[in-house]
Ligand binder design. Sequence first.
Ligand code: SF4
Length: 232
Amino acid sequence: METKAKKATEKKKRETAAEKRKKALALEIIERLKQEYPASECTLTYDEAWKLLVSVRLAAQCTDARVNVVVQDLYAKFPDVEALAAADVDEIEKIVRPCGLGPSKARDISACMKVIRDQYDGKVPEDFDALLALPGVGRKSANLIMGDVFNKPAIVTDTHCIRLVNRMGLVDNIKEPKKVEMLLWKIIPPQEGSDFCHRLVDHGREVCTARTKPYCDRCCLKDICARNGVEA
Ligand code: SF4
């Protein structure tokens, strides 16, 4: 029993040391990415909170650029929560079809707007769990809304974030979005999370690309990055 307890203590010590190293690495990466991408922000365009909710749902398996075009037609026809909540799902589907997955996206948008209208007086709730309970809203979207709309701590684990934090060595071969998010909460200062994730998107598009050989030679992190899974 004693040996078991000792082993557990040793393991805890090792984990704490590893977390400390990761925290220090994360702070350095955050600072360097700030210098590199001072103006990173969400590439979905919106001027009201509910519109970002609509856009994040449409952005699944679609580019932000296409979403930004498609929503113009949607809002021309249904300019507010009330109008969109009352809209026929087929009408919404016809407009959002170019974003792919039209039927399910239209269904979710319609259901979500109805909840916002009926339960929240037309306003997007400023609460993570309430956002998460909305139709079609997952952790990634709820975090995006918390960070971008309400300026609250947020960690958005999209495909760029997951690829980059694994390569950099901030997490160790973890691909499941919620697990990555939980690990990042431990090492990223909460107030930095939202901007950090936007910067990861820019860095993932421009330098640390999804191809097997990212552009490490011109990367501002090349001397501190673990380059996990990157071919030499
Ligand atoms: S050094 Fe390479 S793997 Fe690491 S963040 Fe930069 S581009 Fe990505």
